[in-house]
Design a protein. Sequence first.
Length: 168
Amino acid sequence: MNSNNSARKSVRKPVRRAALAVGLAAAVALPLGLTSSAQASSGAAAFRTVSGKPSDSVTRIADFYGAYIDAQSDPDHGGKLADALRKYYVSASYLNEIKTWEARNHADGVLRAQNVPVKWTVTDNGTADYTEAAITLTWGDRTTTKLIVDMTRSHKIIHIGTRGIGGK
């Protein structure tokens, strides 16, 4: 019986060491894997930088959409802020067109929707006489809508739609 016990003990030592090595490797790798997958799923690094300048029209369009979406997301206080943002960023003549579009479509004329997106992206489309930017709005169900926004050199939005004023 003693010889049998010593045979078991000699077999158990390598198995225990292997199990310990696997367990240690898992303990080290698991947090690393979770961190990598969390960063990959969020699409963002631990530290992000967002920059812009008020003299840049694409920055101003991004600022407008970011602030406008924030305002529209606040059901208690967003209405007045959204109106003020419209007056500041959108040309007076185009505000009338937005109001006409809203009356006809029963939706928000800046977002071209009845609800508020959960995410937005602004991309410069490049034009010479004015700025044209593509706005991608992502909704709660992960669908997206693309709008084209045109802004004058004096930083006023003059058009929002599915096509730019240049017909692109």
